[in-house]
Design a protein around this ligand. Structure first.
Ligand code: BGC
Length: 755
């Protein structure tokens, strides 16, 4: 539980003090790497003065905001999200904090400082690869760039479910499914922390839309929350062991998340046994005592973003008059220090002078995007574009200059600068940044024999002329999305008209979408091909060109359902959109419960435009030999995948599960998957082990995961709506306490006690 039992602490301290001396860390035993992070943290806190304890829980903004008298401490990295001073006399490093989950970002507030760094494709793109090893490599890449930029805390990844497909930050998240989200976010965390940089999992929790993000109150039955949004966080924490977690702006159940005892105390600490620290989002703290007692360990950038600084002097007063106990303050510090030791922040000082190999890093981003691109439509095999094609018209989307990225705190300023400066809002959450890896140039490299012509698409008649000239037309359509504002499903401006007009004069038209999330496609029947490239990251142009021309097989599958219209969404109108100012409102997630995304469509018998899990390939796969068995209490599913086409490619076979008798939030849930790369004719037998929680419901009254005895169906398919095989299995009743047994190691990812 949150407040450690004193006796346990003393036993551990006693045992480890000897070890420390044995290792010769004389005078500063907490610097002894032989000791566990828990013990090191406790020893360090014992040596700290109260001023020092108060210092570690108080974060500064790292940037100068135009017009504000605030100046960050001199030691802060200018243009950064945050800074927490260290304690030099104890050998405790400062925390230099940078956004975010897609790369090292620079705060727009500091217009004089830009760090040019490598951007990963959006979170949805990485999740669309269904390849956790890519997410881990990407995490390691941005973690290494963070270190080399002088940062040891990275504010990402995000693991909110895509409950709201118009959410302005969906591009930072992974998916609409808790398993896919937990696995991909967990992998990214492992990657970031492999570089001794603390990953901050955010935004906890139900921070599912930008409209009214600082005021809305998410209402959901606890059990449904545990089976959906919270399960995504739970799995990400288990798989990644993030050093820190960021509580979000919104309220849940009537209470602000950063002072929400249910979220922070009962679920995070109690049930999940989380032992990292909790930091607030920038401006998400609303109290001193309530927050400290609920479990907020560090107040971020409070003197700039909070109504007033709630920690610092205010917390000192609360400790002095006993409203917050010394023991509570100690534990807040212990949690911060514990993660600093566990991840290696103290033992492996950052090196801001380290060399960054931008070419190698761009290759990581490119590989990620290449597997994240989803082929949605391929009529009459228009793709891959034949290398014998002679005339190619490329239209729109600044495809001659670069690829789009999302806006807000996660925006990475690219190496080489913004390829299309001057677009979009100059202030927050702009500017609109294009990464200078242009698809047009990369396409020319793929087909040296062909002639390419480019039109911006602003003049539709001119674009049509070009389309008539060409054998093949590739239209790029963009939908910028950004933090703090939600987005429409309709492509902006005249892009829909442009696509329809071009396709009307040349049926060999392919559309490449660079969007934050799903968009409507009124022209779909008229075009021959559609690729969803998301926000493609620093290697995006090359990845798109390679997939278009078949140098790479498209193997991405949708991590979100694409709706046919907003009418079929759980909330046809965006909640709160009609309200003026910053009026508080509630969002009744009870309407949907745990039936998020494909589960919503299937429980309501609705058909989306493209279902979750969907994605085409240039080759074909066949599946056989589906079997399911309980092995050591775990459900294991096996099957064989064969590449029956003529090209190499990667399949993403997905296993879904549901009780024959029904009774869940939806007929079926994603139970697992296995991405398999296969040469033509090759086959592989793979297995998927199903997490028992995915076969159970959360019983709020019993506070347990409960599986009913009975028959369950397992479906094997290549999307949530297309199955090639199914098998039934009878399972006995099973239950398990809400607290899941997590086995924490002692390595960089943490060493948590279950006690
Ligand atoms: C965002 C966070 C971000 C923080 C620091 C907030 O506005 O919600 O995701 O990490 O700012 O820039």
């Amino acid at each position: 539980m949150r407040r450690l039992k004193g006796s346990l602490a003393l036993v551990l301290l006693g045992a480890c003090a000897c070890a420390a001396h044995a290792a010769g860390a004389a005078g500063r035993p907490w610097l002894d790497r032989q000791l566990s992070p828990d013990v090191r943290a406790r020893l360090a806190v014992r040596a700290m003065s109260q001023r020092e304890k108060l210092r570690l829980v108080f974060g500064y903004f790292g940037s100068v905001t135009p017009g504000s008298p605030y100046r960050p401490p001199r030691q802060a990295r200018m243009g950064s999200a945050g800074y927490v001073p260290g304690i030099a006399r104890l050998g405790i490093a400062p925390q230099w904090i940078s956004d975010a989950g897609l790369g090292v970002a620079t705060q727009r507030a500091s217009t004089d400082v830009y760090r040019e760094r490598t951007a990963l494709p959006s979170g949805l793109a990485t999740a669309a690869s269904w390849n956790p090893s890519l997410a881990e490599r990407g995490g390691a890449m941005i973690g290494a760039e963070a270190r080399a930029s002088g940062f040891n805390v990275l504010l990402g990844p995000g693991a909110d479910l895509v409950r709201e497909v118009r959410g302005g930050r969906d591009f930072e998240y992974a998916s609409e499914d808790p398993l896919l989200t937990g696995v991909m976010a967990g992998a990214e965390i492992r990657g970031i922390q492999s570089q001794h940089v603390i990953a901050v999992l955010k935004h906890f929790a139900f921070n599912d839309q930008e409209t009214g993000r600082t005021v809305y109150d998410a209402r959901i039955a606890h059990a449904a929350g545990r089976e959906s949004d919270l399960l995504g966080f739970e799995l990400a924490i288990e798989q990644g062991h993030p050093g820190a977690l960021m509580c979000a702006y919104n309220r849940t159940d009537g209470h602000y998340n950063c002072q929400n005892r249910w979220l922070l105390h009962h679920v995070l600490d109690g049930d999940w046994g989380y032992r990292g620290y909790v930091m607030s989002d920038w401006g998400a703290t609303h109290s001193t005592v309530r927050s400290a007692l609920a479990g907020l360990d560090q107040d971020s950038a409070s003197s700039v973003f909070d109504q007033r600084p709630y920690y610092g002097a205010a917390l000192a007063r609360a400790v002095a008059d006993g409203r917050v106990s010394e023991a509570t303050l100690d534990e807040m510090d212990e949690r911060i220090l514990r993660s600093m030791f566990a991840v290696g922040v103290v033992d492996h000082p950052i090196d801001p002078e380290a060399h960054i190999d931008f070419t190698a890093d761009q290759a990581v981003a490119e590989a990620d995007e290449q597997q994240g691109i989803v082929l949605l439509k391929n009529a009459a095999g228009i793709l891959p574009l034949a290398r014998t094609v002679r005339r190619v018209a490329v239209i729109g989307g600044h495809a001659d200059r670069g690829v789009l990225s999302g806006g807000g705190s996660s925006t990475v300023f690219p190496v080489g600068g913004n390829a299309v400066p001057g677009l979009g809002p100059q202030g927050w959450p702009g500017p609109r940044v294009y990464l200078p890896n242009a698809p047009l140039g990369a396409m020319m490299g793929q087909a040296p024999q062909a002639r390419f012509r480019y039109a911006s698409g602003r003049n539709i008649a001119h674009a049509q002329q070009l389309a008539k000239w060409a054998d093949r037309v590739v239209v790029f359509a963009m939908q910028w999305a950004a933090e703090s504002q939600d987005v429409s499903l309709r492509l902006r401006g005249q892009q829909n008209q442009l696509i329809a007009a071009v396709a009307a004069v040349n049926p060999h038209t392919v559309v490449v979408l660079e969007t934050g999330g799903p968009v409507l496609m009124p022209w779909l029947a008229r075009v021959a091909g559609v690729l969803e490239a998301w926000f493609p990251g620093s290697g995006g142009g090359t990845a798109i060109a390679r997939v278009l021309f078949g140098a790479a097989d498209p193997s991405g599958h949708l991590p979100v359902s694409f709706p046919a219209s907003s009418r079929e969404l759980a909330f046809p109108q965006l909640p709160g959109a009609a309200l003026r100012g910053n009026q508080p409102f509630s969002i009744d997630y009870g309407r949907q419960g745990a039936a998020v995304g494909y589960k919503w469509y299937q429980s309501k018998g609705l058909k989306p435009l493209y279902p979750f899990g969907y994605g085409l390939s240039y080759t074909r796969f066949a599946y056989s030999g589906l079997s399911a068995a309980l092995e050591h209490g775990r459900l294991v599913v096996r099957f064989t995948v064969r590449n029956v086409g003529r090209r190499a490619g990667a399949a993403v076979p997905q296993v879904y599960v549901g009780p024959l008798a029904g009774g869940w939030e939806a007929p079926r849930r994603l139970a697992g998957w296995h991405k398999v790369e296969l040469a033509p004719g090759a086959a592989r037998t793979v297995s998927v082990t199903v997490d028992p929680r995915l076969l159970a419901v959360f019983d709020g009254a019993k506070h347990r995961w409960v599986r009913a005895a009975g028959r369950y169906v397992l479906w094997l398919g290549d999307s949530s709506a297309h199955f090639v095989r199914s098998v039934r299995i009878t399972l006995p009743a099973w239950q398990h306490p809400a607290r899941w047994p997590v086995h924490y190691g002692h390595g960089a990812h943490g060493a948590r006690s279950a006690g």
